[in-house]
Design a protein around this ligand. Structure first.
Ligand code: UD1
Length: 354
């Protein structure tokens, strides 16, 4: 069995780590194509090194651009590589432009496509990620869903027969890092004290690309009464500097994008997480840290149960939400850390069936 993984952006490298391990254990041949959508060392290489992911077999070095330009360049560069590799499966991850480009290229070459993290929906048709995930689900042959909610969305769109519930591979890596990584027990960086700081991240276009909205959001974070460690994604950095918005104002402590084990240490020790990232909402939930999602909706609706995650549609309620306590332990929503093995099994079973 030969599987080609196409990845390009930070969250995909994180998902690739447990998948690469599981495909290796299953005895599959695995080829990795990096589109080059993310290229800064702290957005890309550091994850391959820290998470022990094999070096990509191809790096297409596409870089940044408008959605059309970036996706189009990827399509043109992927066609010959996928044609030559001619795998049993092209495995695509999540909802980025790299995911969409690989799905379209593969489907046109009549190569079977499997979509990992299928079935997520925000129902917000303005989000680039929503376009990418809906189009990818409808052109893929095998839909690997992380949750029952995702399975239900796929069924409502007529895709039930191609859908398999495999669990969430981000839980695999998060639990692995949380249980066997020394970084979690090391002293906290930046002079922080456990439970005495908040961890924030902002990178979604709907938060970063409107200067007045961004300025309000950053101002609200800066006014919180605890230090707010703000991991600065390149999109946030460029939009803030274009609009003259200071990221070091008030309580804010801006830091570079963090390597995965260090980020999990911050999540586990923070009083709360404030984010528009899908991954961080889940990681906060798994590690038992209250999360406030800086959006009007979430794809990960399960995390809202029990108040472990709350939506913040209006920054005026941010102080109350950011400092709230949640008692007890969050329910286990994302599996027991073996989703990647279920992915390997589904690829094997459905390839034989096909
Ligand atoms: C992409 C995904 C998003 C995902 C996010 C994770 C799409 C449509 N969006 O958003 O779903 O949550 O990755 O991080 O695919 N840049 C750099 N260095 C880099 C990469 C980007 O400086 O290594 C800058 C460039 O100015 C670029 C901007 O960041 O224009 C945005 O990068 P891009 O890859 O277009 O989208 P993300 O916002 O990262």
């Amino acid at each position: 069995m030969h599987v080609v993984s196409v990845v390009g952006a930070r969250p995909q490298f994180i998902k690739l780590a447990p998948i690469a391990e599981a495909l290796h254990s299953a005895g599959f041949r695995h080829t990795i194509i990096h589109t080059g959508q993310h290229y800064d060392a702290n957005m890309s290489q550091v994850f391959f090194a820290d998470l022990r992911i094999p070096e990509p077999d191809y790096n297409l070095a596409i870089g940044s651009g408008t959605h059309g330009v970036q996706t189009g360049r990827m399509l043109a560069a992927l066609d010959p590589v996928l044609h030559d590799e001619n795998p049993d499966w092209v495995l695509v991850y999540g909802d980025t432009n790299s995911t969409l480009a690989a799905s379209v290229s593969a489907v046109k070459l009549h190569l079977p496509v499997a979509h990992l993290e299928a079935g997520l929906r925000s129902f917000n048709r303005a989000m680039p990620e929503e376009h990418n995930r809906v189009m990818t689900d409808h052109c893929a042959d095998l839909l690997l869903a992380p949750t029952q909610t995702a399975m239900d969305h796929l069924a409502r769109e007529g895709l039930a027969s191609r859908s398999r519930l495999v669990g969430d591979v981000m839980a695999d890596i998060c639990l692995r890092v949380a249980t066997d990584n020394e970084a979690l027990d090391a002293p906290l960086p930046f002079g922080l004290q456990s439970d005495q700081f908040l961890l924030a991240s902002l990178h979604r276009a709907e938060n970063t690309d409107d200067p007045s909205h961004l300025s309000q959001l950053v101002g609200a974070l800066a006014a919180l009464p605890l230090p707010v460690v703000l991991t600065v994604h390149p999109r946030l950095s460029s939009r803030a500097s274009q609009s003259g918005i200071a990221l070091d104002q008030g309580s804010l402590l801006p830091v570079e994008p963090q390597p995965y084990p260090q980020l999990m240490q911050l999540v586990a020790n923070a009083r709360g997480v404030l984010t528009d990232s899908g991954g961080l909402q889940k990681e906060a939930h798994i590690l038992g840290t209250p999360c406030t999602t800086l959006r009007t909706e979430t794809e990960w609706v399960e995390t809202l149960e029990g108040g472990w995650n709350v939506l913040c549609p209006d920054v005026r309620v941010l102080p109350e939400l950011a400092l709230r306590r949640v008692s007890g332990h969050p329910p286990k929503l994302f599996g027991d850390g073996h989703a990647a093995a279920s992915v390997a099994a589904a690829l094997a079973a459905d390839s034989v069936a096909g």
